[in-house]
Design a binder for this molecule. Sequence first.
Ligand code: F6P
Length: 465
Amino acid sequence: MSGLVVASNRGPYTLAEGADGQVVVRPAGGGLAPSLASALSAGEKEALWVASAMSPIERRAAGEGRVETGEGKLGLHLVSIEEEAYRASYDVVANATLWFCFHGLFDAARRPLFDRRWWEAWEHFRRYNAAFTDEIAEAADDGAVVLVNDYHLPLVGRMLAEKRPDLRTVHFTHTPFAEPVELSVLPGAVRRELIEGMAGFGACGFHTRRWEEAFSRSSVATAGRVGPTFSCGLGADTERLAEVASSPECARAAAALDELVGDRTLIMRSDRVELSKNLLRGFHAFSALLEERPELRGRVCFLARAYASREGLAEYLAYRAEAEHLVAVLNERWAPLCGGEEPIIFQVDDDFPATVAAFRRYDVLLVNPVRDGMNLVAKEGPALNERHGLLVLSEGAGAHEEMAGAAISIQPFDVAETAAGLAAALDMEEGERRERSAGLAELAAACPPAEWLESLLAQARRPKG
Ligand code: F6P
């Protein structure tokens, strides 16, 4: 039993088989979960993280109860959902429907489409939320605090309130939230279940006021009322980043990067291969920059680091292929005018030390999502950069609310403005450059994971309304 239970679809650890056949627990890649896990393991209370089992070995471990992480007071409990049911819930409902809805990604001529297959997936989604509810209800001490993350688990609020009214629950959404008109593409019954599910939590949190207000408006439009809400923007985990930055892997990656970039000015980006990240318009904007500023040809390169994501969805596979094709076309066009060197370097791999090496070295960082809950890259880059690098930042990123004063703002659909933003960053005189990059680093470090976690716990402790 635990006094603090955290739940999310993807957990902070992955299980693998070691050389001797024993199960080994490894920290998962980047993102929020590992940082939050280290804050929890250093805490005073026993805590339990409930997450989905995502591989055969994790499904086996799910049947065996608590998995010891080997890190302080944090344990892991895996929820095993039958593979097909999990895919329906994760791919069809969470990713292809709710993620698209919250990020404004639907192509209304074709999607969404609610057919029999979709409604079956919705049934699986309910059962998936119920399975998490059961695990949490069983693991939580009397009056325990429960922090539930993201759009995979919105129905847990109401289910848990019915089963364990003694618990103090908080839901945190790491994505944007949809305005009423955007939410209205979901069938009425789904909208109501979603909003009423979330209303079951003691409070619902978001990274920025913008998404909090969208949620409040959608709640009122759907259910006629809204419960307690709050916003609390997460900052970069500077300690963990510094550790990676001083690792031998990062040093090796830095040497390879030096070789690749040479004496060219470096513009970079780092994302998942994800439709909301707006990779294609980023490449078009870089091409427009070379078009308009011939003197930059051969003197500047664009490193796009990305790691593959959600390849169970056709849209994501097609998007990756489209991005790779576009890069090939643009490089074919520009390389002959850039002294024979390809100006766009598109690396699709999952190598965080290599990303950290690039963060330290960039001159300009492009973060241009169409919409994003926060976007930690916009903070991790400035927190690590050592060259007075500048940030060209989309108005659609949650981070924009905090960092607009020091960043160069762009509207994410406006390729011409994005190209002009890159040019403005490259042209900026040294004094202003230094001032802005120092400002960015300071803003990026505000509210690191441990402090952010404290704010969530304070929300959970506030008297129930
Ligand atoms: O960025 C928002 C977010 O929901 C994170 O909280 C989460 O890590 C990620 O997106 C989900 O990605 P995936 O589908 O790969 O788990």
